[in-house]
Design a protein around this ligand. Structure first.
Ligand SMILES: NC(=O)c1ccc[n+]([C@@H]2O[C@H](COP(=O)([O-])OP(=O)(O)OC[C@H]3O[C@@H](n4cnc5c(N)ncnc54)[C@H](O)[C@@H]3O)[C@@H](O)[C@H]2O)c1
Length: 376
């Protein structure tokens, strides 16, 4: 199969969909890889790295889109890329269709096969192509919280790890899933006092078993949250209710309970946030202050560490890319229920219920599309 990797063109996006190691594996399996010149630079991979393993750097993105049977990307296709998508072409990337009617319509009209990283789902309910980004965001949340806690940044002026004779800082984590657990690990490693709150008692039992002694678990109620925010130095929002907006666990009124200079890092901002006063910010302008409390709301935190996040993402996507390239998308999806759940749009039909519901469109079963003769 001919696999094309265009350079990401969305602002602040430095990741690349395939590393030289991934290109080598695809090429060794008999596939051809073409990559837009400079596509890997943001993640530390020059064109030479790709050429050495047999991939072909190409100057023009348009040529890649027109030649490739499968396009691999990181972010959803943006406006200039829409006319380049073509019927029967597999596009394997994050799509987040429910956030854009225009993108959904463009992909339907193109006849391309959109396999979305974010909906590839294991039988356990885990989302293997989202997990690595949550791991990164969780770990980074503590790093960012510690930075803005410094006095010159407007923070309380507390060193999270403390020193002998001085108490460490307190990190409060709302939500003990992937983001929360990774945040807790890093905060605990720094020596902070850590509290994780969740409504899932089984999850709290598990965390209590595996976390070090400076991590405590607490059942999440509005009452308990109000008490905890009073002396927290860093608060990390990490809740998720699948398919829904994050619940508002900290209200604007609660800010008055906190000390000025407290830092909130609301990682859940991409789902609306779990802090009433949070709004999305960017890596260039990451924080703002409300009632003396610093708010960090970067919606694509992994974009800040592309060398790490490209490797973490491609470790997870490559096995699926190998299957798609090796078997063709229909046979690969028929053989793997997790990958089949990734098919959002194929041959002009929406095949993922959540996307159809978001825009009141008809939804065709993926199985019908897989059996149908229309697509190769
Ligand atoms: N900003 C970014 O760059 C970025 C990156 C990755 C993930 N995220 C977001 O981070 C959020 C968390 O992701 P995740 O992978 O950890 O999800 P997850 O499903 O693994 O964990 C969510 C946890 O929240 C808990 N929860 C639900 N309601 C709660 C409540 N009222 N109080 C306390 N806990 C509650 C759940 O029980 C679960 O344990 C999501 O919104 C995700 O989209 C953001």
């Amino acid at each position: 199969m001919l696999i094309g990797i265009p350079k990401e063109i969305k602002a602040d996006e430095y990741r690349v969909a395939v590393t030289p190691a991934g290109a080598e594996m695809l090429i060794r399996s008999g596939h051809q890889v073409i990559i837009e010149r400079g596509a890997g630079l943001g993640s530390g991979f020059t064109d030479d790295y790709y050429e050495k393993v047999g991939a072909r750097p190409i100057d023009s993105a348009a040529d890649i889109w027109s030649a490739a049977e499968m396009i691999m990307k990181v972010k959803e296709p943006t406006l200039p890329e829409w006319p380049r998508m073509k019927s029967g072409q597999v596009i394997f990337t994050y799509f987040h269709f429910a956030a854009s009617h225009e993108l959904t319509r463009a992909v339907i009209d193109s006849g391309a096969v959109a396999i979305a990283y974010e909906t590839v789902e294991l039988p356990t309910g885990q989302l293997p192509l989202l997990t690595p980004m949550s791991e990164i965001a969780g770990r980074m949340a503590v790093q960012e919280g510690a930075k803005y806690l410094e006095r010159p940044q407007g923070g309380l002026g507390v060193l999270l790890g403390g020193v002998p004779g001085v108490l460490p800082g307190k990190v409060l984590i709302l939500g003990g899933g992937v983001v929360g657990t990774n945040a807790a690990k890093v905060a605990a490693g720094l020596g902070a006092r850590v509290a994780i709150m969740d409504i899932d008692l089984e999850r709290l039992r598990y965390l209590d078993d595996v976390m070090p002694a400076n991590v405590h678990t607490l059942f999440s109620t509005r009452y308990a949250i109000r008490k905890q925010v009073e002396d927290a130095d860093v608060i990390i929002g990490a809740v998720l209710i699948p398919g829904a907006k994050a619940p508002s666990l900290i209200t604007e009124g609660d800010l008055a309970l906190m000390r000025p200079g407290t830092v909130i890092v609301d990682v859940a901002v991409d789902q609306g946030g779990c802090v009433e006063t949070i709004r999305p910010t960017t890596h260039h302008d990451p924080v703002y202050t409300v009632s003396g409390v610093i708010h960090y709301g970067v919606a694509n935190m992994p974009g800040g560490v592309p060398r790490t996040s490209t490797l973490a993402l491609t470790n997870a996507t490559l096995p699926y890319a190998m299957a798609l390239a090796g078997k063709g998308w229909k046979r690969a999806c028929a053989a793997d229920p997790a990958l089949k759940k990734g098919v959002n749009i194929a041959g002009g039909h929406v095949t993922y219920a959540g996307v159809a519901e978001a825009f009141g469109l008809p939804c065709k079963s993926v199985d019908d599309v897989l059996l149908g003769p229309a697509l190769a």
